[in-house]
Design a protein around this ligand. Structure first.
Ligand code: NAD
Length: 320
């Protein structure tokens, strides 16, 4: 049985599948050639990350494609409901990357608190001649300990981020209309500490927070959760991280708030219009930027590969 891992799969996941008798091909086939190659090579499963699109016409054109697997969480690149409605198996790996995204959020929180991202831009060009000027420019850093972080969307990644933030001595408030509270377990030096976070209203979170981190799926109506009205309710000098989806914050409102100083600094891992984000979003001086790498750690890719392999073996059975 043949599997096409069109956006790649970890070596550990590939080995597990091969040990169970599957043939795994990791070459990337162009989107336009997928239909022909899947049929010619008689692939039974197609594994993707976010790059390859699996839309209804492709699903219809490949009747022998029994399983579609997404390495990661968001399945907006797959017509999931349609595929399932005609009996195709669709799987993903929702939990495998939560910790990696949470750690990237922490990296950004530290970075935007001390202007590390901007210092890294300016030191190579001007550090040798304008050291004292730059030292003064970055002298007004702030600490995380004692500050309040508002987490919008308190699912897997939101809760994982909360454990790191609590570990740094931050106060956590959360907004999630589908959840009243969550009990988090912090593992500190071998001791497990349980703490319960009760969710609050969005307005209360916007009022209280020194930092906000976004961890919601893109709303189905396509409307941003944070727009001009919400920015007006935030503290002056708020710091924001978005590692969820580009559209969950209105980028025009965010740009205005960054330029006016309402937002002291913002970090974006996700953008509207990926892979071609707006240039004006990329060139605001108080914006820290990463190119959608939240889940891109060696450990997460390993967990994703293994979880995909386990689910594929469970579905098709061992082939060896
Ligand atoms: P999850 O489903 O575990 O959690 C999402 C939470 O958001 C749920 O608890 C849900 O109740 C809540 N929610 C839904 N609508 C809401 C709303 N309007 N307001 C507030 N809360 C709302 O998902 P997750 O695994 O934690 O993923 C969260 C986000 O992170 C998703 O957008 C996902 O696509 C994104 N993500 C990004 C990366 C990256 O590389 N940056 C990687 C993985 C996931």
């Amino acid at each position: 049985m043949k599997i096409l891992a069109n956006d790649g799969i970890s070596a550990s996941g590939k080995q597990k599948l091969e040990a169970a008798g599957f043939e795994v091909v990791t070459e990337t086939v162009d989107q336009d050639d997928l239909e022909n190659i899947i049929n010619e090579e008689n692939y039974s499963a197609l594994l993707v990350r976010s790059a390859t699109k699996v839309r209804q016409p492709l699903i219809d054109a490949c009747p022998n494609l029994k399983l579609i697997g997404r390495g990661g969480v968001g399945m907006d690149n797959i017509d999931v409901a349609y595929a399932r409605s005609i009996g195709r198996e669709v799987i993903n790996t929702p939990a495998a990357s939560s910790q990696s995204v949470a750690e990237l959020v922490m990296a950004h929180l530290f970075s935007i608190s001390r202007s590390v991202y901007d210092s890294n831009r300016n030191m190579p060009a001007n550090g040798a001649t304008e050291f004292k000027t730059l030292k003064k420019k970055y002298a007004k850093g702030v600490e995380l300990r004692g500050k309040t972080i508002g987490i919008i969307g308190f699912g897997r990644i939101g809760q994982s981020t909360a454990t790191y933030a609590l570990g740094c001595g931050m106060k956590v408030v959360a907004y999630d209309p589908f959840l009243d509270q969550a009990t988090l377990t912090l593992d500190v030096a071998g001791q497990q500490i349980n703490t319960t976070v009760e969710t609050t209203t969005l307005d209360d979170l916007l009022n209280q927070s020194d930092y906000i981190s976004m961890h919601v799926p893109m709303p189905e109506d396509g409307r941003a959760l944070l727009g001009a009205d919400e920015f007006n309710k935030m503290k002056d000098g708020i710091r924001i991280v978005n590692a969820a989806r580009g559209g969950v914050i209105d980028e025009d409102a965010l740009l205005d708030a960054c330029r006016s100083g309402k937002v002291a600094a913002c970090a974006l891992d996700v953008f509207v219009g990926e892979p071609s984000p707006r240039e004006d979003v990329l060139t605001v001086s108080n914006m820290a930027l990463t190119p959608h790498i939240g889940a891109a750690t060696v450990e997460a890719q390993d967990r994703i590969g293994i979880e995909l392999a386990d689910k594929i073996i469970a579905y098709f059975g061992n082939q060896s």
